[in-house]
Write a protein that binds this ligand. Sequence first.
Ligand code: FE2
Length: 328
Amino acid sequence: MLVLGIESTAHTFGVGVVSDEPRILADARYSYTPKVGGIHPREAADSFISNAPRVLSEALKSAGISMESVDAVAVALGPGLGPCLRVGATVARALAAYYGKPLVPVNHAVAHIEVGKVLTGARDPLVVYISGGNTVIAALYGGRYRVFGETLDIALGNFMDTLARELGIAPPYVVEGVHALDRCAEGGKYIEMPYVVKGQDTSYSGLLTAALRAYRDGAKLEDVCFSAREVAYSSLVEVAERGLSQLGKEEVLLVGGVAASRYLVEKFEAMARHRGVKLYVTPPKYAVDNGVMIAWTGLLLYKHGVTVEPEKAYIKQRWRLDSVDIYW
Ligand code: FE2
């Protein structure tokens, strides 16, 4: 079985092709990088439109297949940025309708988790999903990924990007796999920062404000980066550890773009060692947004009969992880 998956929820337009062995046959991507500031949804969507045909044909070419041999077309319908989602949905609907292929609706958050599971071999983990738009602690229970903790305001990745930008050390946000904030934190010393954990939830907006204020008030750049990062990462590890303890899980799986941070992984390694649980980290290449994760989750869904008529494949900008039925 061959499934082609399309990702376009934020800054990446990706097309992946997977088979059920499982095997990755193609992984073509285009990434939008804003010239200044943060992601501009309409600008990103326009660049997706110009690059979509090239990415699609690149994927088919590297898989060595034509559209005729694809069994189903999967697409991330949410959550994400409206203008960006619409591009992927339009391409997927057109392909499904034109070639008469089943269309499979995929939740982007579920896809991050499933690709992490299949690539690492994690079986029943506590999931820590951290990216530009998400900070979620979740675990599969009763047929759904239940959310056991999340950010009360901005996501961890958004916090890191915004702080780096406001401090004048980004963009680019990530160079050779290291985030600007992690790089800037080297050699820094700890200065007091607000550490906020409420129940099982984290919060980063107060920390962002405090870090910027400290810098304006004359604190050293490396001290601000170090302290803000330590507090942000530690609060996440704390809620994850409590989640493990409450749920009795023996595995923890990091998914999403921020899982690529070596410093965050080190903190999780220390916690996992201390608790005697196994840590799984999604390989950085597939921790960030890509078409492969959509194709793989699409394949799982298609095997369980989940499809949608092209004319009913609406995008869902706020499609929550815990509203999706998991059949496997
Ligand atoms: Fe993502």
